[in-house]
Design a protein around this ligand. Sequence first.
Ligand code: HEM
Length: 297
Amino acid sequence: MNDTLNPEKHEPVITPPGQTPYSAWIQTDALHSLQRTISDHPGEHAWMAHVQATELYWMLIIKEFQTAQRQLRADDLPQAYRTLLRVVEHQKVIDATWGSIAWMTPNDLLAILSRVAALFGKDTALQGWTYRHMVYLLGIKQAVHLQHFKPQPERWAQLEKALAEPSIYDDVLAYLRRRGMEVPIEVLERDLSAPYSPSKEIEQVWRDIYTDSDSNIELQQLGETLADIAEGFSNWKYRHLMATRRTFGARPAYFGTEGIAWLVPTLDEIPFPELWSARTFIGDPPAVCPHMAKHRS
Ligand code: HEM
């Protein structure tokens, strides 16, 4: 299933009757036919716009990561860097959209959710495939989440493929190896569908890149942009957790257990782990006594 290509994009377009060039290009009629509210709550429009806008931006980030991967594979770091900087900006937009539902109390949310349950059945946002695809591209590979896509075989296949393919981090590591950094080949040739195991060798690669703030500047900029992206992702998780606390309390959720207890440990899922762990050592002063030296290994 290809959500990213318009097969007719190179064909001349004739604006259909009843449309303007703007509406034909932006698909405004189709777009605004998609906000189908299901409750009488006046705030459901805001909820729908918030979630749909977030969905659009997650898809945008997927496309940006795929573009950055192609650019890294072509050893075009400047263009990959520009693409990743765009991801940082998209994440800021997603963050700002939380404001649209910040007014919600449990009364507001449950007025809407009770209608969802009555009309559609038991739902969870874990059934959202864009988020999961983005998370796989971020390198957080958890096959367990595929279970939610059994009713959507094409999305299952899409996610299974994304699970087995390189994440943006894998492409960065492969690029660093081509640049002469000591990325072990075993890290690149491992089973990419299994959860990533951080290693001392990759941590050392980042330590080497940051050893001297005046060297490897472009690789340090790449590292800082990846850190921004990881932070943007963690910010979303934190804001989602707090929105859950505010509107849902400690109620049992999809799995029948307290939703907050399910969410809290996921805050530790921070992308690009060695980029973070290396920071314990970056900037260490030279060892001047045996006590300091022992912290450097
Ligand atoms: C503000 C009210 C919200 C509540 C009370 C809430 C509640 C929850 C709960 C309890 C979970 C854990 C899984 C489950 O039991 O279903 C979850 C997961 C999730 N929710 Fe929400 N949610 C809210 C808003 C949103 C919004 C607005 C979005 C998207 C724009 C969203 C997207 C997600 C995603 C992607 C997950 C999976 C997170 C992960 O895998 O770590 N949620 N939510």
